[in-house]
Design a protein around this ligand. Structure first.
Ligand SMILES: [Zn+2]
Length: 459
């Protein structure tokens, strides 16, 4: 990041100013959220935020501080907030939406998902990603952390759609005939060299599938590469009770302990699911500075369980919200996770104070960004990327919106349908509900034809 999010307004000139009735500057887990009335966000030509604050303060800064007023000023009304961040997704699985419904995780993977993915062509992944990006951008999701194969085609789709991605190419031993795992790891090291380019919205990490798929040595080897590259290490961890038992039976220790012994926590780790950890495992993750991607809908749909988010947060672990793949959710609408996460936390602990709306919003924005190791997104602060969404407040479901109650409205009554406009790095990609950067009709056509082909090849 060029400047710390808490730094004062930059002296860089702003080229675009967005005005709104309300601006949610930052929803932080451990602080009161910053919600401004009559706020403004100034954006520089580099796509980063120059300043965000009350309009009168920014105006005073424009003249008194010697900055020129931005040449373009959009008076939008409504509410502006950071774009949502999907911390764990396999988005091209849009082509496999709802496949294998009702199967437990192991059979869902081996009978439903992997046979179809084994037949996927690069162009399938491109169009699966594109139709998923259409769904996510329309819902105000401006960044997703992707664990998948076909990384070239995925980043191509993201670049064309003008979105942002943390691309963590997957290593899945079950799909690689003997001896090819090391070759795949080398491929990802190369991909990181050639494609990691945050200025263009492409961040690259590594994604070993899981401890039950790879050996501890392989998990450790990938971690050393991720550490050396300063890249994210993204892995599925303790999604089901059976998986936990399998690892304990095989290695005599929990998956988290196996990873720790393999040296994995030398890297920046993002663990997806983390449902079945015990307290010692949670302490290991917390001490290592590892983060968790919480995917409540997928966990419920696959019957995996309910992640103990309250305990994770209390242990000091950062938690971001994820949808998981559209075959196990079955949507990429992060607003549903935003509502479900606090409901589950409160219901399972029988405590209505267990998770506040501000914490839920942080898990979809600020904390999600931090869980990916990226502090220059997820908040509308000077130096952060201008990934911004506008919420239409003129709707019965978001009324009356008094004070901080508005945050509760967003979490418990909010919905993707209220997202009217979206900017990524200051570039508008959704305008009054219309996607500007994707030919949606073409994406739908391609996804239907390709999804049907993948299904029929098997029958
Ligand atoms: Zn997953």
């Amino acid at each position: 990041m060029t400047e710390s999010p808490s730094s004062p307004p930059s002296s860089r000139p702003a080229t675009l100013r967005l005005l709104a009735d309300q601006v949610l500057v930052e929803a932080a887990y451990d602080r009161r959220p910053e919600l401004l009335t009559n706020g403004a966000v100034d954006i520089g030509a580099d796509g980063r935020i120059v300043a965000a604050g009350p309009l009168d303060v920014l105006d005073a800064g424009s003249t008194g501080g010697g900055r020129n007023r931005p040449e373009t000023v959009l008076n939008l009304g409504g509410l502006l907030m950071p774009g949502l961040i999907n911390a764990h997704a396999h988005t091209p699985m849009t082509l496999l939406r709802s496949v294998g419904d009702g199967l437990p995780l192991d059979r869902w993977l081996s009978e439903g998902v992997w046979p179809r993915e084994g037949r996927m062509e690069p162009e399938d992944a491109f169009w699966g990603m594109t139709v998923g990006l259409a769904e996510m951008l329309s819902a105000g999701v401006t960044t997703s952390c992707e664990m998948y194969l076909f990384e070239d085609d995925i980043v191509d789709a993201v670049a064309r759609a003008g979105s942002r991605v943390v691309m963590t190419p997957g290593v899945i031993a079950a799909l690689l005939p003997g001896g090819e795992v090391e070759g795949r790891i080398e491929q990802i090291v190369e991909f990181h060299h050639s494609h990691h380019d945050p200025e263009s919205g492409i961040h690259v990490g590594f994604a070993p599938h899981s401890v039950y798929d790879l050996t501890p040595d392989q998990c450790g080897l990938i971690a050393r590469h991720a550490r050396d590259a300063g890249a994210l290490y993204h892995i599925h961890l303790e999604e089901t009770e059976a998986e936990r038992q399998l690892i304990i039976d095989t290695y005599g220790a929990s998956a988290t302990r196996v990873l720790a012994d393999a040296g994995v926590f030398e890297a920046k780790v993002l663990a997806a699911h983390a449902i079945w950890l015990d307290e010692t495992d949670r302490r290991l993750l917390a001490d290592a500075g590892a983060a968790v991607a919480h995917c409540p809908q997928s966990n419920l749909k696959l019957g995996s369980g309910i992640a103990p988010t309250v305990e994770l947060l209390r242990a000091g672990i950062k938690v971001g919200l994820g949808t998981d793949g559209p075959a196990s959710n079955d949507s990429l609408d992060l607003w549903q996770e935003l509502k479900l996460a606090p409901l589950l936390a409160r219901g399972s602990s029988r405590d209505p104070l267990a998770m506040s709306p501000a914490t839920a919003l942080a898990m979809a924005t600020t904390m999600a960004a931090d869980s990916l190791g990226l502090d220059d997104m997820g908040r509308l602060k000077p130096g952060a990327w201008a990934d911004i969404i506008r919420i239409e407040l003129d709707h019965p479901a978001l009324t009356p919106g008094i004070g901080d109650d508005l945050l509760s409205h967003l979490v418990f009554a909010g919905s993707a349908r209220f997202v009217s406009d979206v900017w990524v790095a200051g570039r508008r990609v959704v305008e009054r509900g219309r996607l500007l950067s994707i030919d949606v009709d073409e994406a739908l056509h391609q996804a239907r034809v390709r999804g049907r082909r993948l299904a029929h090849t098997l029958s």
